[in-house]
Design a protein around this ligand. Sequence first.
Ligand code: PMP
Ligand code: GLN
Length: 395
Amino acid sequence: MNNEGQNETNQVVAEALRPYGTSIFTEMSVLANAHGAVNLSQGFPDFDGPEAIRNKAAEAIKRGPNQYVLSYGIPALREALARKMERFYGISVDPETEITVTGGATEGLCATLLGILEPGDEVILLEPSYETYAPVSAMAGAKIRYVSLEGPEFALPKEKLAEAFNPRTKAIMINNPQNPCCKTFTREELSYIGELCIQYGAYAIGDEVYEHLVYDGREHATLLTIPELKDRCFVISSTAKTFSMTGWKIGYVIAAPALSRAVRMSHQFIIFCGQGPLQEAMAFAIDFPDGYYRELLADYTKKRNRLSDALASLGFQVFPTAGTYYLLVDIRSLGFDDDVSFCRMLTEKAGVAAIPCSCFWNNRSRGRELVRFCFCKKDETLDEAIKRLTAFLGN
Ligand code: PMP
Ligand code: GLN
């Protein structure tokens, strides 16, 4: 589009959205496709989840009904989710009043933020911060306070966080495991946040979409098991990563009844309901035996190590991945210092796409040394990417 057209579009776009351009995931996948690059940018598997789940969905679609379902999700899925919370975390959740099925975690985030925020409220975001949180908070008229995780460990800066909380703080977002820095939060860190939430009457919103991708014997600490947060947290998750079906967009929000009511109030006016047949198939999937979840983790552990070793031997400084299906690298070890031009060059010239991480900071001069690669790909895809990177960077 020419500049004139672009300006016109900008005037149409709501003011709250104007600071945010096209999603980096759209941008990089489009660029990757245009150049026939191996796409290690946007995080989606290049394989589909288990055939048994797809058969269930196909059966449900053929059998019908294919009509609206209950706004907050079909009972079978909410009941399966309640069983899952008991099985993995030992907590009891009421499927009738505490679980809302949403259009992916993304709509769960929107429904939660739009369901609780008033104009002028403040939301605390920990940077680097996943791309949905800021624009949706802004759409609700909230003010955002950024607090950066610090150092190579992306540690929680407790004093700075405490200073960011104030009587206008309505919520803090906690992405655990964290995308893109691949950190997991400790129970101690979460309790600390919980105490601040109690002190200021704020809510904690946990984005836990990578809850089953936590490596090396670590245990996922869901906000719902942090005593301080039990009645003041919203936990958002998704079936996208766990069952390798990112395109199905089935997510959910778990929260105490009064909090769930706020989520349901906005969810009903955003999407009303999700897709019944796909929800039915996911209800079946969630009850898969523990072996399924163990195998998923074992497969991803091997993929993480495969790509991490290759990136390290190419000279990248690779950060350890405690959770998620991403690897973060520092490109300065190879003599580069601009993530955006590096990722563009890598896509166009090496034929491998990755995510420039400065987009996860409000101030884009931060994070320019960091690039994110995803490893949720077939081994042969990872090998092809490694081959191309070696040919390009090895010289
Ligand atoms: N939160 C984080 C941290 C993510 O990485 C993603 C991408 N999968 C989402 C939310 C969105 O999840 P969904 O595809 O279920 O909307
Ligand atoms: N969460 C995915 C990522 O971080 C992208 C999801 C999306 O494209 N919205 O790569």
